[in-house]
Design a protein around this ligand. Structure first.
Ligand code: DGL
Length: 276
């Protein structure tokens, strides 16, 4: 039988439709420095936003199977869209703790002074049950302005974090929220925090951007603590995998201060994810 520490030193699996989940991964790595991680970017299938819930569930299942085969002790669905479409199905199918994401409407509704809150997300997230439930539960007393931000995920996937094209998209999506007098904007997609400096430049000081990544990392810590499953830091290792463009992922990893990361290419074989 494996020893307790060998069990606990197994990695935390993290996945997203692409590189966006790295904005969550970096908070987990910062908060839990003793933990090893596995990160899967399904960039070949990105964006998930326009896909059907069934398609996303199939992809999320394949990625989960891969992460479990690599020894994951817990899995973070670092993607709002995949959480909306597949989290409950994943929990029903697999006997491993899952930590999911949803737009951080609750802190935004609590903090707003204008009574208007913006949510920037994908189509898939905004049509999901999870978002509607959260909105009903926590934001009944404020006006929630939703905005689908087509193209921003692609820009981040390409590593186009700045430039005229990205600025034009940001202006297109943020202007209606400014006009609606929001003072809080929830970043409801894990790709968007990569664009925070550009968003801040556009918005100025009066509007708060809310990224739930740190709260998700704290939830990961709570889940591990509840199971006495924290690693001891003896053999920390971070492994990165991508089904798509590894060079672009490398650039984004360097952007979040992980230079020289080795990214292993993965390939879909039907619904099964294999190393190339
Ligand atoms: N990072 C994903 C999310 O949080 C990206 C969405 C997509 O692939 O469309 O929703």
């Amino acid at each position: 039988m494996a020893t307790m520490s060998a069990e606990n030193n197994r990695p935390i699996g993290v996945f997203d439709s692409g590189v966006g989940g790295l904005t969550v991964w970096r908070q987990i790595a910062a908060l839990l420095p003793n933990e090893s991680t596995l990160y899967v970017a399904d960039s070949i299938n990105c964006p998930y936003g326009p896909k059907s819930a069934r398609e996303i569930e199939t992809l999320a299942t394949g990625i989960t199977e891969f992460l479990l085969a690599e020894g994951a002790k817990a899995i973070v669905v670092a993607c709002n869209t995949a959480s909306a479409a597949a989290l409950s199905a994943l929990r029903a199918k697999f006997d491993v703790p899952f930590i999911g994401m949803e737009p951080a409407v609750k802190p935004a509704a609590r903090a707003t002074r204008t009574g208007h809150v913006g949510v920037l997300a994908t189509t898939g997230t905004l049509r999901g049950e999870l978002f509607h439930h959260t909105r009903e539960t926590y934001a009944n007393h404020v006006t929630v302005h939703t905005q689908v931000a087509h193209g921003l995920v692609d820009a981040v996937e390409r590593g186009a974090l700045s430039g005229a094209e990205t600025d034009a998209l940001l202006a297109e999506y943020l202007s209606p929220l400014v006009a609606a007098r929001v003072d809080q904007i929830v970043l409801g997609c894990t790709h968007y925090p990569f664009l925070m400096p550009q968003m801040r430049r556009f918005l100025g000081d009066g509007i708060t951007l809310i990224d739930p990544a740190e709260a998700v990392a704290r939830q990961v810590r709570r889940v591990l603590d509840a199971r006495s499953a924290r690693a001891d830091g003896a053999s920390v290792r971070h492994r990165f995998f991508s089904t798509g463009n590894t060079a672009s992922m490398q650039t984004l990893l360097a952007h979040i201060a992980v230079p020289n990361a080795v990214i292993a290419p993965l390939q879909w074989d039907g619904n099964i994810l294999r190393r190339q």
